[in-house]
Design a protein around this ligand. Sequence first.
Ligand code: SOE
Length: 390
Amino acid sequence: MPQEVNVGLIGYSFMGKVHSHAFKDMSFFFPEAAAYPVMKAICGRNEANVSDAAKTFGWQSYETDWKTLIGRDDIHLVDVSTPGDSHAEIAIAAAEAGKHVFCEKPLANNLAEARAMADAVRNAGVKSMVAYNYRRVPAVALAKKLIEEGRIGDIYHWRAVYLQDWIMDPDFPLVWRLQKEKAGSGPHGDLNAHIIDLARYLVGDISEVSGMQETFIKERPIAEEIDAALGASTGGSSQMGQVTVDDTTLFLARFENGAVGTFEATRFAGGRRNGNRFEINGSKGSIAFNLEKMNELQYYNREDEDHIQGFREIIVNEGVHPYMDHWWPPGHIIGWEHTFIHEVYDLMQAIGGADDNLHPDFDEGVKDQAVLEAVSISAENKSWIKVADL
Ligand code: SOE
């Protein structure tokens, strides 16, 4: 009998909505999972909004205080989908109450908090997972498989960018994502966090970094109203406030296995709405991925005969590809939201005891956080920083 896992979700904005959708649909597509989520309660401070979200997203009940949610005996798994400044307090309390914890990325706003969170779940003996959903894009999971099969040989290069453009208008208001005390950082923690996690997943641990950061628009209108989507504002006032996060962060990295890497995250790449791309070059071949074409993986095999050398485009839509046997007939593509369903499936498999390799857990979240922090220190000091020194 599959195990019933009662979920309490904290946050009902962009990520709250995405996670709700994943909890709702997982059993439909992965009915054989060892455990399945029951949407017990959603939590948010604004009662009118959270009760609406409960109805729209399909939650059985709602709470307006996360401490009440965590105190409930009928909750087994706490999902932390709030801005970064509350991750540590909520996740540690949830673990101490004996709940499994699923937390949005990056794990925390700084390394010390992330370490405390990892200690809390370890001491409590509960499962933990950081919501780095791009590991669950079938094309990315296929890239991992190709690397493990030795198809690209020894890795020389990792080259990744995560490009957005939603704050290029200088009148775009000062939303929480632009405030250090709430978000921790700008595109560095929001977007570099994803490509750091992918780099660690696909290439290996990072040993040292050298970074630079810039804030192009230093003051913005103070936000008046917060919208459910991006945590974005629906209007700005005439009063200005200081932007306290980066608008872009770039860095060079050395991996422990000898590979070298480049990373760039920005919200000022005009025309690039959500360009998460990477390329890996190895001694035997290369791999390239572009989220905006997420059903495809490019693979180049140096060992192909000379007259057919070149990148091939694999449409990752057949039952032979990771996760795809649960979806549609060949060629019927899937989308961004489905990566979260895969995440919930892997989480349920771990909680139900069918998989002992739940990743990335909070210990891995700490490793990602250490790289983020090393880059920020390096940018400030204008020097190379060894991740192990933090
Ligand atoms: C907003 O910048 C955002 O939604 C991130 O917070 C997500 O993690 C990323 O997947 C897409 O962009």
